[in-house]
Design a protein around this ligand. Structure first.
Ligand code: NA7
Length: 555
């Protein structure tokens, strides 16, 4: 591991600092991109609006927040043997403080902080065609210039605050899970309402119910949740992973979601109903994503296969929730796994508590929020605190809010009015030298995100090197390359059940957002495509010769 290298110098022209690369975001993606580009010898500056590093793990401090996918010791960077050997994970599904502590440790261990400016929002970014550089402007009005702009802005970082009549009038405490306060929040003795039952709501509900005087859960769409079965991480697992790290890393890279799962090759119809039930029961007891990935290969592609697992989980809800009416309200009816699959620690059990009420908004919609609570069609729910677990304008929302201006001043909002066109999920036509990490059209949220960030940053670094070695000043994809990439992403998605469901994967959670499933489902195939494109001299891209050389740092 390289530490304590000298920071390549930024240059100053007039009052503007010039860097080789500006990275927006100091989360999982931005931290690694900084390390990687800096190791290559580039001058790099990272900006983040938060007061600490960690990105989504800095903001999402709501009670119960924890890794809700496959957990430790695999939700981490893989590039450094040292990081792997040094960091001890305590639980199989690390909680938010643990993941944040890990990212802080990485920032310190790699000496990243000296190139990160916190509490600094980037409010604008414009491409200067003559200079072949980006100018970004901070919320304080400071302008910075960089040849490359790396948007590591996060896929779940633009909170969706619901437009419910009267929401601004609520007089009690009101928190969005994605903007949870830094100071402790007490629920003791309070009447709390939670709106939203996605991952955040399902994680927060059991924790809040334990402390609050009363909890009212406002549910719009019931979801399937699988027990996470979080437990202390067996030290023997850690030991084996450390001993076999090279092999495990290769396994992660080869896996379709970047995790060491045994992906089933068997079809659901190859087993009898009794065999299926036995397998589902076994994997339900095991907990986590095994039920989805290690049971049958066609659960996300075949409606009948999906129905068998959905029926099994509905049966579990009926078994756990004692009041049959409440159980019926909790019954999901979409294709399991096509919304973000939830993992919980006692979610359905929480509805057996006598201080918890479930309001089914499909039969009893919210009319308005008043200063004292929530009024639904059937009555008032008096509340001291409102928790908005209403999610995010996912994948594209933060980039669109930043709204960079590319060639001819065209804005990203104009460019993406109808479709989120990208090439490889990495770059956008008319936005030269702008790279994305976890952008639309990449595997992003359906892949191990630290590993994806590493692999995408590696591609960005190689691309920068390619330009520098050839005296090229700018790169951008062709519109044709974007169109064929869109077809590839869409064709892959259409082999699955994902596009059939309203979810944040399809953009359906945000009113007016174009409906588009913009996650590349290829896993290793995606990274193979990245390598192929690079090997063919960046096929699908066009270049410009370097016009100016005086601001280019030593490389
Ligand atoms: P999600 O998964 O988008 O969940 C948001 C929830 O909020 C979901 O149940 C929504 O119902 C509900 N919602 C959204 N707007 C409203 C309004 N206006 N009224 C009532 N209910 C509403 O976000 P999360 O934060 O839970 O999870 C996102 C990721 O963040 C997750 O993967 C974690 O890793 C962290 P809907 O289903 O749209 O009917």
């Amino acid at each position: 591991m390289t530490t304590m290298q000298p920071t390549p110098k930024a240059t100053t022209q007039g009052s503007i600092e010039h860097y080789d690369a500006v990275i927006i975001g100091a989360g999982v993606g931005g931290l690694y991109a900084l390390h990687h580009l800096r190791t290559m010898g580039l001058s790099v500056r990272v900006y983040d609006g938060a007061a600490g590093v960690g990105g989504t793990w800095w903001w999402n401090r709501y009670p119960g927040a924890r890794v809700d996918g496959p957990g430790s010791p695999f939700y981490c960077y893989t590039f450094s043997e040292d990081l792997m050997q040094e960091w001890d994970w305590a639980e199989t599904q690390p909680d938010q403080p643990s993941v944040l502590a890990y990212l802080e440790y990485v920032a310190d261990r790699l000496d990243l902080r000296r190139d990160i400016q916190l509490e600094t929002w980037i409010r604008d970014a414009c491409y200067d065609e003559a200079a072949q550089r980006w100018t970004v402007e901070t919320s304080a009005g400071v302008r910075i210039s960089a040849q490359f702009l790396v948007c590591a802005v996060g896929t779940l970082s633009a909170p969706n605050s619901p437009d419910i009549p009267g929401i601004q009038t609520f007089a009690g405490e009101c928190y969005h899970t994605g903007r949870w306060p830094q100071t402790p929040v007490s629920f003791a003795g309070k009447r709390v309402g939670v709106i939203g039952t996605g991952s955040s709501g399902v994680q927060a509900v059991p924790e809040i119910a334990r402390e609050a005087a009363h909890l009212t859960v406002f549910q719009r769409t019931p979801q399937y949740s699988i027990p996470a079965r979080n437990r202390p991480l067996d030290p023997e697992v850690t030991r084996q992973v450390r001993e076999n790290w090279a092999a495990i890393r290769a396994q992660l890279n080869a896996n379709s979601v970047g995790m060491p799962f045994e992906m089933s090759q068997r079809l659901a119809c190859e087993d009898t109903p009794e065999q299926r039930l036995a397998l589902y029961e076994d994997l339900w007891q095991k907990g986590g994503f095994h039920l989805l990935f290690s049971s049958y290969a066609d659960l996300l592609t075949n409606k009948e296969a999906n129905r068998t697992l959905a029926e099994f989980v509905r049966g579990k809800i009926r078994e756990v929730v004692r009041d049959p009416k409440t159980a019926e309200k909790l019954m999901p009816d979409y294709y399991l796994g096509t919304k973000r699959q939830l993992l919980d620690n006692g979610y359905y059990e929480t509805f057996n508590r006598n201080n918890v009420t479930l309001v089914d908004l499909r039969e009893d919609p919210i009319q308005e929020i008043t200063p004292t609570g929530v009024r639904t069609t059937t009555g008032n729910h008096s509340l001291d605190m409102l928790v908005l677990a209403t999610g995010f304008d996912a994948i594209t929302g933060t980039l669109l809010r930043l709204n960079p201006k590319g060639r001819d001043g065209v804005s990203l909002q104009e460019k993406w009015r109808a479709r989120f066109d990208t090439y490889l999920g990495m770059m956008i036509a008319d936005f030269p030298n702008l790279f994305m990490i976890h952008g639309p059209g990449s595997p992003s949220v359906l892949y191990n995100m630290p590993l994806g960030a590493e692999r995408e940053s590696g591609w960005i670094g190689d691309c920068v090197r390619y330009l520098r070695e050839r005296g090229l000043g700018a790169i951008e994809p062709t519109p044709d390359a974007e169109k064929s990439w869109d077809r590839e992403v869409t064709d892959l998605a259409n082999t699955t059940l994902y596009p059939l469901t309203d979810s944040w994967y399809t953009g359906a959670n945000i009113p007016g957002k174009p409906r588009q499933f913009c996650v590349h489902l290829g896993g290793p195939l995606y990274f193979q495509r990245l390598s192929e494109v690079a090997a063919k001299g960046y096929e699908g891209f066009v270049f410009e010769q370097e016009r100016r050389t005086e601001v280019v740092a030593a490389f």
